[in-house]
Unconditional design. Structure first.
Length: 229
């Protein structure tokens, strides 16, 4: 398949095997949570390994008293942005990799059933920027990591990217478990110079309801046992 240069599809053998397990209709909610966490960990390792850098910030001493240079990651200003609901299933994986806690800002987006257009129903990005009167206010971060298990039509991904771009972030990394080819292209072209997309797998098509074929089903329903709602 021909995908934009800012799209990266994992070829990790363990991820591919776990993705096959996740696809199965017989995989229960507990197994689904574990598999999504495992796949998100692998994808995040690949993405952060390629996107972050290390800088030295002083020295420390080992338990034997030897001095060593302290490595920290750059950029230092990072936020995780899960897309509700299913993005919550990937948050712990990303947090476990980062060396220090980072802010988590939630975006609530759903697809309108008829048009499949994204509708925002929740946004807790801190729009208050630092000023002389309020120097501790939280402004936009240097790097936002969007987590959403599925990029299907790409409409939700584009809406999230636009929101964060308007917020003022310098760069976006988007992590997903599975994507459609069309959805990846659409999301990657939304802000090509500022977005890198890393996904565990890519399927060719979506159906008339905007679901990936063969896909994973509704990941939010599978995670939270709300099938048949």
């Amino acid at each position: 398949m021909s995908l934009p240069s800012n799209v990266h599809v994992s070829t990790h053998p363990c991820l591919r095997a776990k993705l096959s397990q996740l696809r199965s209709h017989a995989t229960n909610a507990k197994e689904t949570r574990g598999l999504i966490n495992d796949i998100a960990t692998i994808v995040a390792c690949e993405a952060l390994g390629a996107s972050l850098k290390t800088t030295q910030s002083g020295t420390d001493k080992s338990p034997l008293g030897y001095e060593y240079a302290v490595d920290t990651i750059s950029p230092a200003s990072i936020s995780i942005v899960p897309i509700l609901r299913s993005g919550l299933g990937m948050v712990d994986a990303v947090c476990s990799l980062l060396p220090s806690p980072v802010p988590i800002h939630h975006l609530g987006l759903y697809r309108e059933k008829t048009t499949l257009d994204p509708v925002e129903y929740y946004n807790n990005l801190p729009y208050h920027r630092p000023t002389e009167a309020n120097p501790t206010a939280s402004g936009p971060c240097d790097l936002a990591i969007i987590v959403d298990p599925v990029i299907a039509t790409g409409a939700t991904a584009c809406a999230a990217i636009d929101t964060l771009k308007d917020w003022g972030v310098h760069k976006i990394i988007m992590l997903s478990v599975l994507s459609s080819e069309h959805g990846l292209k659409r999301a990657a072209e939304e802000w090509s110079e500022g977005v890198e997309i890393w996904t565990g797998g890519c399927d060719k098509e979506t159906d008339s309801k905007g679901m990936i074929k063969p896909g994973l089903g509704d990941v939010g329903d599978r995670l939270f046992l709300t099938l048949g709602k």
